[in-house]
Design a protein around this ligand. Structure first.
Ligand code: GLC
Length: 694
């Protein structure tokens, strides 16, 4: 059951797609105060577990910290970071009863979940204007599904986007890109795409191509078709900031039409980002959104089939006013004896320049709901920049799926694109964060998602890349990406290149199952990654497990996320089949009983667990998704009697064809032997004694 309450005059974020009748009174389950801010409070018992908040720091259980929904460019975040790149205001309180909450308000919202006071959750909306949805239901899955019905179906990318993707801020010209493809192929590393970071642009200007390094649009077109013949697509970046430069057509056109965010006087609001002085397209204005989206066509016309939208929190390095204020502050201390507090203030002056609320307050959007100050709708910028692109794709190539994902997001953006989790670091703690974040992202509808594998910032290590790949093969977006000033981390840079390529080959073997389970998660408003407690609600131990995940209907994952660990403890909520891989090959399948186990997992191996009565189909390795043979499958199973599954597939490219192909592998134990309904299936089924025979 969904209840909707409206406070004040909220800005319509367009997060919800269902029309829910407005209830009177205040939301059940919360004490409500509505003054200058809107505050919802709720007591927590010792047993309350809190799920949700999408992209955020800390655990699967969000209890015990205060999170702030305010999209922030925050490289190198740690557990005390309050806001990451996204604002995903959905939580479920799980206790003897379940209660879901979605705070639909595009400004700052603070979720103090038992931080200030351990027995109270207090949610504060900075302005007293919000739509509050509460959800009651039978299970965590039920509540999540209701929330997802409210907010609409998730984005589905083309199938090639489930292949391995290689990126680095540092591929400076066409030959650098060619070299990535060649060297991947040399070490037997499958590959579906190479990313173009800001260096492909001419002078860091959106929708341009560097005339020498990439040969302009014509050169890009040639490169794109040359690589496509090898099964590899190029995926260029688009930034939120448009360079302020006379003669740059996008800048001039946007100024002329009034399509940039404006300052108090109505002039384009100037900030500094990668290209230096820049302006933001006013993506909350439908005409400006259409205009900005139409510019992607320049790259689509070069054969480009995928994009990543960046810096769209929007990130601001500084504004001219902020820079002046910082300089003044420094000047004011010049020649003085700088005491200890002034010293700390001095240290902060330039760091804080990029996060000045007065900057966010001083520019405006012209929306169908009137002119609004940016700070009140801050969390909608990335969402609408991305919507601009997807709406344009739907107009330009209505039946073609284009890969699109964004750094900043709000609930509702999941209908238009996926996301990546921003600038992480080559830290083991960020691998663990990636693991913990996946189910929360899925709850919020972001199914096509993933983190920078290997870590974006700081120098990575061989074992971290290996372990991260071993988890990354399960995330729909599987991209290795790093910053220009860090150790190079393409798999061919390492002594273990062959072993890493083997892990990536296993990803390709998993694609038939991954793609099918992904489509089901979207179609059923479900989750590809789930905390164990979603599937085993009656098992209290499952709610304690923070580093294992259910993956699709058949599999449980227990990734290794600690350096030098040659294995790990794994909790099995029921008897399962432990499947051990070395590279793409299965080395053993061992039935294991429910409970706690220590499992040895050397660096070159990974394990996953198949649930009883379920099948895991595996394809053959391939060098790219297009070359996958989805007919011949090896079927892993664990059970007795008969086991079936439903496999969805399609042409991978058209929108109209999504999920059109069905297949129902079935295995059956007859006269002491496992047989299947399809002779293209190779069976690897392990008998599970019927309960009574154990
Ligand atoms: C931002 C992005 C990162 C990209 C860099 C340069 O930091 O998050 O992925 O490489 O900008 O464009």
């Amino acid at each position: 059951m969904i209840a909707k309450h409206i406070f004040g005059t909220p800005f319509d974020s367009e997060a919800a797609v269902l029309n829910v009748a407005v209830s009177s009174g205040t939301p059940a389950g919360f004490d409500t105060e509505c003054g200058e801010k809107l505050v919802l409070s709720r007591p927590l018992t010792d047993n309350t577990v809190i799920y949700g908040l999408g992209e955020n720091v800390r655990g699967i259980n969000k209890r015990g910290y205060s999170y702030v929904s305010f999209c922030t460019d925050i490289a190198g975040h740690t557990e005390t970071t309050a806001s990451l790149y996204a604002a995903h205001n959905f939580v479920i309180f799980s206790d003897t009863e379940l209660l879901g909450l979605f705070v639909d308000s595009p400004g700052r919202v603070t979720f103090d979940l038992g931080f200030t006071s351990g027995d109270t959750a207090k949610i504060t909306v900075d302005r007293p204007d919000a739509v509050i949805y509460t959800f009651t239901g039978d299970s965590l899955t039920d509540i999540t599904t209701q929330f997802r019905r409210l907010t609409g179906k998730s984005y589905i990318p083309p199938k090639w986007a489930f292949g391995y993707q290689q990126s680095r801020w540092g591929y400076r010209n066409a030959d650098d890109v060619r070299e990535v493809v060649r060297r991947c192929r040399e070490v037997g590393c499958p590959l579906d795409s190479v990313y173009l970071d800001i260096d492909y642009m001419d002078d860091l200007k959106d929708f341009t191509v560097h005339p020498e390094a990439f040969g302009g649009f014509d050169g890009l077109k040639e490169l794109s078709s040359e690589l496509k013949e090898q099964g590899v697509r190029l995926v260029p970046i688009i930034d939120a900031g448009v360079k302020e430069q006379k003669g740059y057509d996008i800048y001039e056109e946007g100024c002329e039409k009034g399509y940039f965010c404006k300052d108090e006087k109505g002039d384009p609001f100037v900030v500094a980002v990668w290209p230096g002085r820049s302006v933001f397209p006013d993506v909350l204005n439908p005409d400006a959104r259409r205009w900005f989206g139409s510019k992607y066509k320049r790259l689509l016309d070069c054969g480009i089939e995928g994009f990543w939208n960046d810096m769209n929190e929007p990130s601001i390095f500084y504004t001219p006013a902020g820079l002046n204020a910082a300089m003044d502050e420094v000047d004011s201390m010049r020649g003085k004896n700088v005491g200890i507090y002034d010293y700390f203030r001095l240290l902060g002056v330039f760091n804080e320049m990029s996060r000045r609320p007065e900057d966010l307050r001083s520019f405006y959007h012209d929306t169908p709901q009137g002119r609004v100050s940016h700070i009140d709708v801050h969390n909608l910028f990335g969402y609408n920049m991305t919507r601009a692109a997807q709406e344009a794709f739907r107009e330009i190539e209505p039946d073609k799926r284009i890969l699109l994902f964004s750094r900043a997001s709000y609930i509702g953006m999941h209908r238009y694109s996926g996301l990546w989790t921003g600038d992480n670091c080559a830290w083991w703690s960020h691998l663990l964060l990636n693991i913990k974040m996946m189910p929360s992202l899925n709850m919020c509808g972001f199914i096509y998602s993933g983190a920078d594998i290997g870590g974006f910032g700081s120098d990575t290590s061989e074992d971290l890349v290996m372990r991260w790949l071993q988890f990354g093969i399960f995330t729909p977006l599987m991209r290795n990406h790093s910053a220009w000033d860090t150790r190079e981390q393409e798999v061919y840079r390492f002594r273990l290149a062959k072993e890493m390529s083997g892990v990536i080959s296993l990803r390709y073997r998993l694609v038939p199952y991954l793609y099918s389970e992904f489509l089901k998660a979207v179609q059923n408003d479900g989750m590809l990654f789930r905390p164990l407690s979603f599937d085993y609600p009656d098992d209290p131990m499952s709610a304690q497990v923070e580093d294992q995940l259910m993956w699709g209907g058949s599999v449980m994952l227990a990734p290794v996320h600690q350096q030098n660990a040659a294995g790990r403890y794994v909790y099995l909520p029921e008897d399962m089949l432990c499947v051990r891989f070395r590279g793409a090959d299965i080395v053993e399948t061992v039935p294991m009983s429910s409970g706690h186990h220590y499992i040895s997992i050397p660096l070159a191996e990974l394990v996953l667990f198949v649930r009883p009565g379920h099948l895991l189909p595996l394809g053959n390795p391939a060098d790219c998704v297009e070359h996958l043979d989805t007919e011949q499958l090896e079927i892993i199973g664990y059970g007795s009697g008969e086991i079936t599954c439903e496999l969805l597939d399609d042409d991978g490219i058209t929108v109209s064809g999504i999920g059109c192909r069905f297949r129902y592998p079935r295995v059956c134990r007859e006269n002491g032997e496992w047989r299947s309904n399809d002779d293209r299936l190779r069976l690897r089924i392990t008998d599970r004694p019927a309960d009574g025979d154990k």
